[in-house]
Write a protein of this length. Structure first.
Length: 352
């Protein structure tokens, strides 16, 4: 059996698709499973045990109509797919099913236009876990074989990548025998960034309370780097914050995540990479984001603070919702999280 899964969009969304890939692989171990995704995040999935091949699209290809249609046509006619799972089911992605009407299982989300191209429609996510929602897209295939559900969020990492990252960290002055905390102090989208002054105060408290910890800020070049360096300059004690240590690609960030004790910061794609590395995370959720949807609950400790935990947010603007997330609320819940999950911030946390 040949299965095609389409998952365009951001890094975090695609990482949360891995439980669907793992479920398909566990249920149909003999099947060929191909994944369509954005080119810039494809290296994260290279060597994934559930996948036979990765089909990538550049931003230019996705936004040039003729080029996009030609490439979709080639993909669905190069392999005769028995199953096409369109995880977003946009007008653009439904072209895969449109160009492959012979495919017995064309699975998508229930929208006004999808019934024209997909023959198995499921409800959109709503407020439930994104992991469970993604796995549910395999439900029509239970008619062929009982599903073997695998909820693990997984990304492959090589020993060479781990060793290379370790050597880089040591070269940059980091002591691998002491805990490392990765912090997402900013984000690409401004509406997903908690107040800088409050973030700075939390980091100051954290540094004072956990003197053995070494801190790395996660940021991308450009505006994110400017934001991160501004917060760095405002800290009372910068001696254990390694502002120039950088993961220059998602794949490097995955290798770095295997060396850390904890992730803290704004919710986003980096947190999902950390989760795939099996490391705990505590985040500040963006306004309107449900923890139950975006923070998976499995064997890897993960939690956060959302404005909706603290008050009724109906009718509030994003800024007003962020205002509800106070320093004291974050600090108490963050420390409770560390204590509850016995996260060791005083000694070696990895034997890589």
């Amino acid at each position: 059996m040949n299965i095609l899964v389409i998952r365009f969009r951001q890094m975090g969304d695609t990482i949360l698709a891995t439980p669907l890939l793992n479920t398909l692989h566990a249920t149909f171990p003999e099947a060929r499973i191909d994944l369509v995704l954005n080119e810039r995040i494809a290296p994260l999935f290279e060597g994934h045990p559930a996948l036979h091949s990765i089909q990538t699209f550049t931003d230019d290809e996705r936004h040039h109509a003729l080029t996009y249609l030609q490439k979709v046509w080639r993909i669905v006619h190069r392999v005769r797919y028995d199953v096409i799972i369109d995880m977003r089911s946009t007008v653009n992605t439904q072209v895969f099913a449109l160009f492959s009407p012979h495919t017995p299982y064309r699975i998508g989300l229930h929208k006004s236009y999808t019934r024209l191209t997909s023959n198995h429609l499921l409800p959109e996510c709503g407020s439930k876990s994104m992991v469970d929602h993604n796995i549910s897209l395999a439900a029509p295939l239970a008619a062929l074989r009982p599903l073997v559900v695998d909820r693990h969020i997984t990304l492959p990492v090589s020993e060479d990548d781990l060793l290379s990252m370790r050597r880089y960290l040591e070269h940059m002055g980091i002591d691998i025998s002491k805990p490392i905390v990765l912090m997402g102090v900013t984000a690409k989208l401004s509406f997903k960034v908690w107040h800088e002054d409050r973030m700075t105060e939390i980091i100051d408290r954290f540094i004072a309370q956990y003197p053995d910890v070494q801190i790395i800020f996660n940021y991308a070049p450009g505006q994110e780097e400017e934001n991160a360096r501004r917060i760095y300059r405002q800290l009372k004690d910068r001696s254990r914050v390694f502002i120039d240590v950088q993961a220059k690609s998602p794949r490097e960030l995955l290798a770095l995540s295997h060396h850390i004790a904890l992730y803290f910061g704004n919710e986003g794609g980096a947190r999902h990479i950390v989760h795939a590395a099996g490391r705990p995370s505590f985040v500040i959720c963006a306004p309107g984001s449900l923890k139950s949807t975006w923070i998976p609950q499995d064997a890897v400790p993960a939690d956060g603070v959302s404005a909706m935990d603290l008050a009724d947010t109906n009718g509030l603007t994003p800024q007003q919702m962020y205002n509800l997330i106070t320093i004291e609320a974050v600090w108490k819940r963050f420390n409770d999280f560390i204590a509850t999950h016995h996260i060791d911030l005083k000694s070696t946390i990895t034997n890589l």
